[in-house]
Design a protein around this ligand. Structure first.
Ligand code: SME
Length: 144
């Protein structure tokens, strides 16, 4: 088990508000190497709204199906993009971002939020990051 996951497991608590938990989780996930943005988007109706994050200012509202985050929301699955310039359905919050991973947080088969991580390196995200972030998403699901 990765150290980041252990730290996340140790810090989250059902006794405090969701926003407090995921604010600290965004800080711990920011320990991942070679990333320029990490954070949460939270679901309300058919939209994702910006939640706690680490990095530059980002877009605040994303419609279901739009961009990588909205596609992950719609398909209920993790999406890894090796080169964001190669896909049409990408919302560029930073022109420096080259690759991205988005992992949905599922609760009772409904998407309640997504975790988004960006990197300025091409093909930064692999099965390793997918497994870590899906583990985190599953842990956080209980807090929604
Ligand atoms: N690139 C994302 C938008 C969010 S930012 O990267 C923080 C997307 O295409 O959905």
């Amino acid at each position: 088990m990765s150290n980041v996951f252990k730290d996340i497991e140790a810090i989250v608590s059902k006794d405090i508000p969701l926003i407090s938990n995921i604010a600290n989780v965004s800080s711990l996930l920011n320990k991942m190497e070679d990333i320029n943005w990490v954070g949460f988007y939270l679901v309300k109706d058919d939209y994702l709204y910006l939640g706690p994050f680490q990095g530059e200012v980002a877009c605040t509202i994303i419609k279901k199906g739009k961009g990588v985050c909205g596609t992950s929301f719609e398909k209920k699955e993790t999406i890894i993009v090796d080169d964001v310039t190669k896909i049409k359905n990408h919302i560029a919050c930073s022109s420096l971002t080259k690759s991205e991973i988005v992992v949905p947080i599922l609760k009772e088969d409904k998407v309640v939020g997504v975790i988004d991580v960006d990197s300025t390196s091409l093909s930064r995200f692999t099965q390793k990051e997918k497994e870590l972030l899906e583990q985190v998403a599953s842990l956080l699901s209980d807090l929604f």
